[in-house]
Design a protein around this ligand. Sequence first.
Ligand code: 4NP
Length: 166
Amino acid sequence: MTSILFVCLGNICRSPLAEGVFRTVLSERGIADIEMDSAGTGGWHAGELPDPRSIAIGAKHSVNITDQRARKVMAEDFARFDLILGMDRSNVRDLLALAPKNTGGRVQLYLDYTTGRQKDVPDPYYGGGDGFADVYRMIRDASEKLADKLTTGRISAASGQASSTM
Ligand code: 4NP
């Protein structure tokens, strides 16, 4: 496992936080060589900074996401990324509809893959600030568990066992 794409609808609220928090968790653990990005299934906000409420909740927890700019998912992403994590089930459905032949297996529901819970990270765009705090908490927990999975995969690969669980 070397590359992960985080995907939501607009790529301004949830997936930029998922990318930024995961970068922070990996850096806290001294893991450096993972490629990651985030994207949206919709392109309305392409080129924009993350939503100010996502920037604020990130900053509150020392996660800087201001170097990110929104972009739309591209066909090339399905070849470039080993794992494509949709924040909610509608993102997963949209991703599967976009996925070129034989690449749909890379698409997973973010919380299911990371925590084993068949749950969505709810879209906070039209809600208040609490929605962003809830999203942050879910993403922080999921990021720790994703890093655990990565570490476990590495250890078994390093010890010559069969391929990782990712
Ligand atoms: P996100 O939130 O998918 O978490 O980035 C949204 C951002 C923008 C819109 C919808 C959801 N929008 O409709 O513009």
